[in-house]
Design a protein around this ligand. Structure first.
Ligand code: BGC
Length: 257
């Protein structure tokens, strides 16, 4: 594979599973040295690391809970201590929870917002502080969702967090552009990953969703990873403040029955 990212160091949150795993492997295969962040089970992160090594790359595994500021600091410090820099940040870790708006608890709200929005906010802050002090450019990509724009009944917390991530990206594109740091969002539609476990197990629901996807299939983590690799490469040097939707056409699809 072309080594577009040789000499770069990338942090990928939630790198042990799903979309994050695909992204970490792709960035590593393109020559970036990767800090694979995970929480909980280290086996997935180890799988990611091995795949990167197999592709001729380098990776370091770091457990960090992005809802804890001390963990966030350690994560960025680890990149600088291990590889001498952190040039690329992929805010990928995220979660969703289904509940009717009127039943949603404070604890559910706090959990989703702190993983999907507060975590990226403070991790990005720490990432930027280090780059700014070193006067180095950088790349930030947030893995958002089509639901940064599109309603998703039963997922008000998720939509609130992703809508917030959209505005955070826009604001930071303007605020960090002068530092040579670009900020963009990638907005996946339905990708076959553990976040969609219950959907994947429910054939009628899955069939209904597939009818709304013009390409007729769910996305794969590798589909998303290719787009992220582009956005953090020199090929995207002039892309800043944009959301790239990757959903097989889902957002544009409407059918009269
Ligand atoms: C959500 C999935 C959903 C998809 C399309 C994603 O952001 O995580 O649960 O199926 O959007 O609606």
């Amino acid at each position: 594979m072309e080594k577009r990212l040789a000499g770069k160091v990338a942090i990928v949150t939630g790198g042990g599973t799903g979309i994050g795993q695909g992204i970490a492997i792709r960035l590593g295969s393109e020559g970036a040295r990767v800090i694979v962040d995970y929480i909980g089970d280290p086996a997935g992160a180890e799988q990611t690391r091995q795949a990167i090594v197999q592709a001729g790359g380098e990776a370091h595994i770091q457990a960090a809970d992005i809802t804890v500021c001390q963990d966030i600091e350690n994560l960025v410090d680890t990149a600088w201590q291990t590889y001498g820099s952190a040039d690329i940040l992929v805010n990928n870790a995220g979660m969703e929870h289904k509940s009717n708006f009127w039943d949603t608890t404070e604890a559910e709200y706090d959990k989703i917002l702190s993983v999907n929005l507060r975590g990226p906010f403070f991790l990005t802050q720490k990432f930027v502080q280090k780059l700014r002090a070193a006067q180095r450019p950088g790349r930030i990509v947030n893995i958002s969702s089509v639901h940064e724009d599109m309603a998703f009944p039963g997922f008000a917390t998720y939509c609130t967090s992703k809508g917030g991530l959209r505005m955070l990206m826009r604001n930071l594109a303007v605020e960090l552009g002068p530092l040579g740091i670009t900020v963009n969002n990638v907005a996946p539609g339905a990708i076959a990953t553990p976040i969609n476990k219950s959907l994947l197990a429910d054939q009628p629901k899955l069939d209904a969703l597939l009818k709304n996807i013009p390409l007729g299939r769910l996305g794969k983590p590798e589909d998303v990873a290719g787009l992220v690799a582009f956005l953090v490469s020199e090929d995207a040097a002039y892309v800043n403040g944009a959301t790239y939707v990757i959903d097989g056409g889902l957002m544009r699809s409407y059918h009269e029955q």
